[in-house]
Design a protein around this ligand. Structure first.
Ligand SMILES: Cc1cc2nc3c(=O)[nH]c(=O)nc-3n(C[C@H](O)[C@H](O)[C@H](O)COP(=O)(O)OP(=O)(O)OC[C@H]3O[C@@H](n4cnc5c(N)ncnc54)[C@H](O)[C@@H]3O)c2cc1C
Length: 385
């Protein structure tokens, strides 16, 4: 029946980015409703601070008569991530390559992780530590163009002759005339229109920035930094080599309604898809991408799609006693998500444990079943190449 070979990988699904889209996506990979559902394993990689753009004081999830502040929403999303013990790794994803049946995610640190599916929830750009300096020298273009002259004058005042660094991209040329007209007193104005902000420096307020561009890594002394999100909203900074999911003319990832990109096993959610930049959209995209990646990974492991009863009905005659879990294959490797028997170490197959202990496979399956239905355990199983 199975089209598999033994062997390990790091997580069924890797989520790139811990903004609202990524946090919602990772939660859904693990929080699959239904008594007989088997959760998948998931891991998040984040380059900056958990929460993504929600870290900026002015980001809220709001309706005309209600609002969740960004930090409040991040805290709620993170409480679920912690409850489900979903690991978050601090690193920047720089590549995604196919390695046989797996996707290999390359990190800036030089490490690599392997998975069955990847969700790109990378927003407009990788964040560093800039949100910690918001209104302490760092400001951001948003809120409508009529607001920009006042914003630039505020940046000039923050800089007070020590220099203003504008971090954007080639679309920052749109700001040229405004910068000339409204930054008197700022000191030298440097525009980083290709490259990356690596770190904001300064004890309480901005005093310098470490950047990387065509000239390499360097430190620019400045009293203020303007993050040109107006430019990033026109074309995102998504520099991940390897697989090449289709993009639109502006550089945003294109997806279908289930958040699948053109690359099998690669999904996308949130601002990186170039739709309306809104927390509510990012959360909804994240849920859809999470469920789609879950279904994809499940099907790779067991050669049939899972039922997602709470979200998508099945058009079929239902059996008298519906049991939705696959019979655990003897070559699968059980993995603890929250708790499980002590022999479950993430390397030992059912088969190997049966040989070691003389137990029958059915006895072992019976032992694991309550842990699986309570989503405390999943199994890894590597598809054949
Ligand atoms: C100033 C401002 C105010 C806003 N106000 C509102 C508002 O009032 N209401 C509202 O609904 N929306 C608002 N928004 C929009 C909302 O914040 C975004 O739409 C939402 O945060 C998008 O979520 P996301 O998860 O797609 O992206 P992000 O929040 O940008 O998160 C993406 C994450 O991915 C990480 N990342 C990127 N690349 C990599 C990589 N290669 N490796 C590892 N990690 C990576 C980033 O560091 C980041 O943490 C505002 C946005 C801004 C900028």
């Amino acid at each position: 029946m199975a089209d598999v070979s033994p062997g390990g990988y790091d997580a069924d699904v890797i989520v790139v980015g811990a903004g609202p889209a990524g946090l919602a996506a990772a939660t859904r990979v693990r929080w699959v409703k239904g008594y007989h559902a088997m959760a998948c394993s998931v891991r998040i990689i984040e380059s900056g601070t958990v929460g993504g753009l929600l870290r900026w004081g002015s980001c809220v999830l709001s309706g005309p008569g209600w609002a969740y502040k960004g930090q409040e929403l991040t805290d709620r999303l993170m409480a679920d991530i912690e409850r489900l013990r979903i690991p978050i790794q601090h690193d920047q994803v720089v590549s995604i390559h196919r390695k046989g049946a797996l996707l290999e995610v390359g990190l800036a640190s030089g490490a690599a992780l392997r998975s069955l599916a990847v969700i790109l929830a990378t927003g407009f750009r990788p964040l560093a530590n800039e949100s910690e300096y918001y209104l302490r020298g760092v400001r951001i273009t948003y809120k409508g163009y009529e607001h920009f002259p006042r914003l630039l004058r505020a940046c000039a005042k923050d800089a007070s002759g020590r220099g203003l660094l504008v971090v954007g991209n080639e679309k920052t040329s749109h700001l040229k005339a405004m910068l000339r007209a409204h930054t008197s007193g700022a000191g030298p104005v440097t525009v980083l229109d290709g490259g990356e902000l690596l770190e904001v420096m300064g004890e309480t307020h901005v005093v310098a920035a470490k950047v990387r561009d065509a000239h390499g890594e360097r430190i620019i002394d400045c009293g203020a930094i303007l993050m040109d999100y107006n430019a990033f909203e026109l074309t995102p900074a998504l520099h991940v080599t390897g697989v090449e999911p289709a993009r639109d003319l502006r550089g945003f990832l294109t997806t279908d309604g289930l958040m699948r990109t053109s690359e099998p096993g690669v999904f996308a959610a949130g601002d990186v898809t170039g739709r309306y930049a809104s927390t509510l959209v990012a959360l909804g995209d994240g849920v859809a991408a999470g469920l789609s990646a879950y279904a994809y990974a499940f099907e790779r492991k067991f050669n049939h799609a899972p039922r997602l009863f709470a979200y998508a009905a099945d058009d079929e005659v239902l059996p008298v006693k519906p049991i939705d879990l696959p019979v655990l294959p003897s070559d699968c490797v059980p993995l603890i998500l929250t708790k499980g028997p002590s022999w479950v170490d993430g390397c030992t197959t059912l088969e190997a444990h049966a040989l070691d202990t003389g137990r029958s496979l059915d006895d072992i399956r019976g032992e694991l079943m309550p842990f699986i239905t309570s989503k405390a355990i999943t199994v890894h199983r590597r598809p054949l190449e």
